[in-house]
Design a protein around this ligand. Structure first.
Ligand code: IPM
Ligand code: MN
Length: 377
């Protein structure tokens, strides 16, 4: 616990990023009222739009702050036409760059369906999965795999002939993310919704890929340290159908980088859509939290997008800070925020367009902020 408080660096980024981060700040403000706020927020510029204006991906102060702050929050990056000379998206530094540069090796993406949240399937808003069946954590390896910057093109006379991405799976990279997944399973209050069992599922393609065989071997070795936790396996292709048909089987899931990227978007459908999906990029000394949805340029400036993913990212950040610094105040604030979010979602009074509603981004933020005020501190 630290009396001087915690520094949080905010990078609203592109498109709708600033709109959702603003609501996140509003909710943090409501949590801090009436009490000395144990955190202070500083906003930094960066992203594709900033790049077009300045020629830099982020301001140098922001780059330094990402390293020196206690936690980082990113809204979204990516803007049409904002591309680096090498073809990467401008703003890459904020997401992929931070994951690499701060060694944020575990991307923890909770997939929980809250009562009152609808599923948009075939253009209709309905209840498909049940909140009592969807409560899992997906842990995605975040620094290597197919995202390893070992790639390139072979050209002949300026014409691309071959493009290559190399998938790198290391012992260290696998071991630490798998151990992180087992630790999360150990500390989660409940296990899988199906049977209450603590279970870690290794999602891979070890029937075909060597890197996945190595990942699964590492999984088996680490699992021996956790005899109380059930080991479970799924090939990634089969996993996609089991997740949809039988989400209650899953407690904690661990996967390599690209596979984790894909299955977490699928999982987002079960929690109501990308508007509810948040992720914590966790390393040993740093962490960055973000709504998983992108910058949605089409909706930028319209005050329409769903800010709940950002509220969940705020919750995850407060919990992580509280646990890391053994500061019960932050864990209590995270729990308070979760109660406020649950209440608002259950009431169905903050449905944005992606839920078939007409509530604006800022009005949804107002509802959650006022619900926070109504919850005991
Ligand atoms: C995610 C996103 C990023 C990724 C993009 C924006 C680089 O899809 O966080 O899942 O591929 O990891
Ligand atoms: Mn993704």
């Amino acid at each position: 616990m630290r009396d001087s408080g915690y520094s949080i660096a905010l990078f609203p980024g592109d498109g709708t990023g600033p709109e959702v981060v603003r609501e996140g700040e509003k909710v943090l403000g409501a949590l801090a009222e009436g009490d000395a706020a144990p955190w202070h927020l500083t906003t930094y510029r960066g992203g594709g739009q900033y790049y077009l204006a300045s020629g830099r991906e982020w301001d140098p102060e922001g780059a330094a702050a990402a390293r020196s702050s206690d936690a980082v929050m990113v809204g979204a990056v990516g803007w049409p036409g904002a591309t680096l000379p090498n073809g990467d998206i401008a703003g890459r530094a904020l997401i992929l760059g931070m994951r690499e540069g701060l060694d944020l090796y575990a991307n923890v993406r909770p997939c929980k369906l809250y009562p009152g949240v609808l599923h948009r399937v075939s253009g209709e808003y309905r209840t498909v999965w049940s909140p009592k069946n969807v409560d899992l954590l997906i842990v995605r390896e975040n620094t290597e795999g197919l995202y390893t910057p070992a790639h390139g093109r072979l050209k002949r006379a300026d014409e691309t002939e071959v493009a290559i991405d190399t998938r790198v799976i290391t012992r260290k990279g696998s071991e630490r993310v798998i151990r992180y997944a087992f630790e999360l399973a150990r500390h989660r209050p409940t296990g899988a919704p199906e049977d209450g069992k603590k279970r870690v599922t290794c999602v891979d393609k070890s029937n075909v890929l060597e890197g996945c065989r190595f990942f699964r071997e590492t999984f088996d070795r680490v699992a021996q340290e956790y005899p109380e936790i059930e080991r479970d396996y799924a090939y990634v292709d089969a996993f996609t159908q089991w997740l949809v048909r039988n989400p209650e089987h899953y407690d904690v899931v661990v996967a390599t980088n690209m596979m984790g990227d894909i299955i977490t978007d699928l999982a987002a459908v079960l929690q109501g859509g990308m508007g509810f999906a948040a992720g914590g990029n966790i390393g040993t000394d740093h962490a960055m939290f973000e709504p998983v949805h992108g910058s949605a340029p089409k909706y930028a400036g319209k005050n329409q997008v769903n800010p709940f993913a950002t509220f969940f990212a705020v919750e995850q950040m407060l919990r992580w800070l509280g646990e890391r610094h053994a500061d019960a105040r932050l864990v209590r604030q995270a729990e308070r925020l979760d109660r406020a979010i649950s209440g608002v979602l259950a009431s169905g009074t903050a449905r944005t367009y992606d839920q078939g509603g007409t509530v604006t981004t800022s009005a949804a933020g107002d509802r959650v902020a006022s619900a926070v005020r109504g919850e005991a501190r």
